[in-house]
Design a protein around this ligand. Structure first.
Ligand code: NIG
Ligand code: FE
Length: 406
């Protein structure tokens, strides 16, 4: 089936040119088949009149921890009353996750994936990391793979309580039986490199083990303080290093040194800096300086870090607004980071762009331009979500109000 979206007021493509009025897109099955001026658009089986609204690529949320049970609302309240965030609450969620049934974990992830989808997220990465034993890490990834192909093994989130004081033994477990059980369901391996989690040598070891099993590399680095995460990520050609809140000049230089020319964009860093402003918001911490990275030529992605501890938001629009208000990004840079940036961090060129041949993942806003995503924070501006060529939101039920179609 083909679908024509016409009367687009602004087409934010992330490709060679943004069309600023009277644009149209034709979708054919799961792919984008045509992009251009509305007056020249070919016919299609069905048509949506965007009414002058902005259309952009679906959001790519490249960092989310959705495999968990329970929540930590009291911990959030304590932080807002002045308690610092240390990551120590991760173990609380590990307890709840281990006790949950498969169906409870599936229902919670499904709720969050749907919540994200109706806010415009058409691709989501999902990490394990609240199981921290062979069985619970493997089942977290098995269930995560029901929702996305972008699954990440994060057995190296923290050292679980039963391995307290025996971190190297735990690293041995990760590199042996845990990775063997998890790898069939995972595309990526990730390590939390931080004081209190894993050090540089342990992280290198785990990433090398993951790579040997065919997994791509990602890293949590430089979140709570300066550290070796960013430089290790660059050294190992990780696709992404995430958080990047505390960076030295040498860290920025390292990321800039792996920026390579690319046909579709000005250039992209082999290791993308993924910024997660929801975490700084929810832990009341200083925000990373996106401007410094962008000015150095580093590719930046924005993602939610959705998790029950440090960032319980699934809203990419909220992250865009924070990035503009607090991290010195322009609205266009923030939208790009939330779409093409996320795609680059997943080493994908079929998503995050509106161009012929890309996946037909698009958003129609209730607004005339992308600026409104930051200009109107907290407002539900996602009118229509198209995922793989099909309207995913609103669903028939959402189109009804008191039994009356809207
Ligand atoms: O990305 N940094 C480590 N992991 C998560 C937090 C997890 C939690 O607090 O439960 C993060 O912020
Ligand atoms: Fe995270």
């Amino acid at each position: 089936m083909s679908l024509l979206i016409t009367n687009i007021g602004e087409l934010f493509t992330n490709g060679a040119r943004h069309l600023t009025r009277d644009a149209a897109v034709v979708l054919d099955g799961e792919r984008i088949a045509w992009v251009g001026a509305a007056t020249e658009a070919p016919d299609a089986d069905e048509r949506i009149d965007a009414g002058g609204a902005a259309v952009l690529p679906g959001f790519v949320d490249s960092h989310a921890h959705l495999m968990f049970a329970g929540d930590r609302a009291p911990e959030f309240a304590a932080r807002m009353a002045g308690e610092p965030y240390t990551g120590g609450g991760i173990r609380t969620t590990v307890g709840a996750t281990r006790s949950a049934s498969d169906q409870e974990l599936r229902d919670n992830a499904s709720r969050l994936v749907r919540e994200a989808l109706r806010q415009g997220t058409t691709t989501i990465e999902i990490k394990s990391g609240y199981g921290l034993n062979v069985t619970d890490e493997a089942r977290s990834l098995r269930i995560a793979s029901e929702f996305t192909s972008e699954t990440t093994f994060l057995g190296a989130h923290v050292v679980p309580a039963e391995y307290q004081g025996r971190a190297d033994e735990y690293v041995g477990l990760i590199c042996g039986p845990m990775l063997a059980a998890a790898a069939p369901y995972a595309k990526w391996v990730d390590v939390f490199v931080e004081r209190g989690a894993f050090d540089e040598d342990q992280a290198r070891n785990i990433l090398e083990c993951g790579k040997a099993m065919g997994l791509g590399l990602r890293l949590h680095g430089n979140q709570l303080g300066p550290g070796p995460g960013v430089q290790l990520a660059v050294e190992m050609d990780a696709a992404s290093v995430d958080h990047c809140t505390h960076l030295s000049d040498a860290d920025v230089d390292a990321l800039a040194s792996v920026t390579v020319a690319c046909m579709c964009h000005e250039g992209w860093s082999r290791t993308v800096a993924t910024l997660l402003p929801g975490a700084e918001f929810s832990t009341r911490s200083p925000y990373p300086d996106a401007r410094r990275l962008l000015d150095a030529g580093v590719s930046v992605a924005l993602a939610t870090d959705c998790n029950p501890g440090s960032s319980y938001t699934s809203s990419m629009a909220f992250c865009i607004a924070l990035a503009v208000r607090e991290m010195r990004m322009t609205p266009a840079e923030a939208v790009r980071a939330a779409t093409a940036g996320g795609a680059q961090s997943l080493r994908r060129d079929d998503i995050g762009v509106i161009q012929v041949g890309a996946r037909a993942d698009l958003l129609i806003l209730d607004a005339p331009s992308h600026l409104h995503l930051a200009y109107r924070p907290g407002v539900p501006l996602i009118r229509t979500v198209i995922s793989g060529g099909r309207v995913a939101f609103p669903t028939a039920i959402n189109r009804m109000h008191d039994g009356v179609p809207l």
